[in-house]
Design a protein around this ligand. Structure first.
Ligand code: FES
Length: 106
């Protein structure tokens, strides 16, 4: 599959232990900077109803939706029980020269 790395933010925009919203190419994404330094990216819109996960709560690699407290593993996008029935789309992230790049659908 072809790769389409797009700059989405400066690495310094996303403080460690936080989630950061980005709108790009018609996508609504959430960037996560986990304690320990790893970055991850998922769709920002909860798969249950309409809420932005970046308005929720990040604890380790688990993000909790602000609306009904559904939880996802931000590393895999996996929904972690009710009321979530559908996993989140994830995107690969890399850091280059202090910039965050995400591999978006071409
Ligand atoms: S909208 Fe996210 S859990 Fe309901």
């Amino acid at each position: 599959m072809s790769e389409n790395w797009v700059r989405v933010a400066a690495a310094s925009d996303v403080a460690e232990g936080t989630a950061f919203p980005v709108e790009i190419n018609g996508l609504t994404l959430a960037l996560y900077h986990l304690e320990g330094g790893q970055y991850y990216c998922t769709d920002n819109i909860c798969t249950h109803a309409f809420a932005l996960l970046t308005d929720g709560y990040l604890d380790g690699n688990i993000v909790e939706c602000p609306l009904h407290a559904g939880q996802f593993d931000v590393c895999t996008g996996k929904g972690l029980g009710a009321p979530i029935e559908e996993d989140l789309q994830t995107y690969k992230v890399k850091v280059e020269g202090g910039e965050l790049l995400v591999n978006l659908p071409a």
